[in-house]
Design a protein around this ligand. Sequence first.
Ligand code: NI
Length: 389
Amino acid sequence: MASLEALLAAFPSPELDELVATRRDLHRHPELAFEERRTAGIAAGRLRSYGLAPREGVGKTGVTADAGGAGPRLMLRADMDALPLTEATGAPYASEAPGRMHACGHDGHVAIALAVARRLTATPPPAPLRFLFQPAEEGRGGAQACAADGVLDGVGAAFGLHLWTPLPAGRIGINRGPLMAAVDQFEITVEGRGGHGAAPHETEDSILASARIVDALQSVVAREISPLEPAVVTVGSIHGGTAFNIIPGSVRMEGTARSFTEAVGRALPEKIRRIVEGTASACGVRATLRYERVNGATINDAKMADLVIETASRVLGEENVETDTRTLGGEDMSVFLERVPGCFFFVGCGLEGPPRAHHSPRFDVDERALAVGTLVMEAVVREAARRLA
Ligand code: NI
């Protein structure tokens, strides 16, 4: 059991300085999905300096490096991409690229993974290891691209972490089972005969139909999914019309649906389709639905989650490990955890003061969390090596 202050007092200050410097350097130079060339170059260079032989261009712009002998590898994954957003923190290390920002903390993930890689390879590694610096986590298929490129070949278990502002530094959030939701994406096109705004009876009103569709979709979660099962249906964009006195011929909407279980995930598209098409029909217009299941839920293996809970409790104190954390946010770590056992967990990094929501232009992290993430992940890998040997 240790307080954050005691933990930090024992953490080598040059190492914390380097963690912060690495994170801030990446933060100043954010790169979007599948463009992470500078970031990947920094990761590969550091891995080389540890005596490893990184493979670059994995899943387009990713990097892997193996350490240790033969046998099932423990994979440690960090994502690298930034978001298309202009930073508004005013921090001295703010993004130097307008329209690009590390607004989810992936800069910190890279810094932590590099520190953990150095710790685990400074002496003979505790087990065969693979470090993965993954591109394009933000809904762009980076994990799929890496999996297709063979990053899971020979891997026995996979671990990853995410900096998490809802929790303060010094705390870990985890769940035995689903941690993050399955992510679906849909697009609805509503089409009707447009016309003069003063003669609605001579038109088919795609605006009114769209409003009714958005409203009716709320009944999917409220009336058709068990109240004991979390789910979300959100319409996030709606575009139609050109003038105040014209009923347009079409409206286009986009949205997302989220779920934790495969049963709910399988049921959602048909329920949404029935409401979209039925409501359109009732309004005398036509609607088409394009529906894509982007990522599965990020589900922790129970044994691996126990391993992380016990290890993090040893490092941080039991009272600092929240074991019932879940969010309907999504993560493509799910691609790996669907194929090999493993665990993904949140590392608290919330700052005092106004909220620093993930994916917002004011996102920022408590950099002390970089040391916490390093200590916990190193301990998790060593414990996994011990238990799986
Ligand atoms: Ni993220």
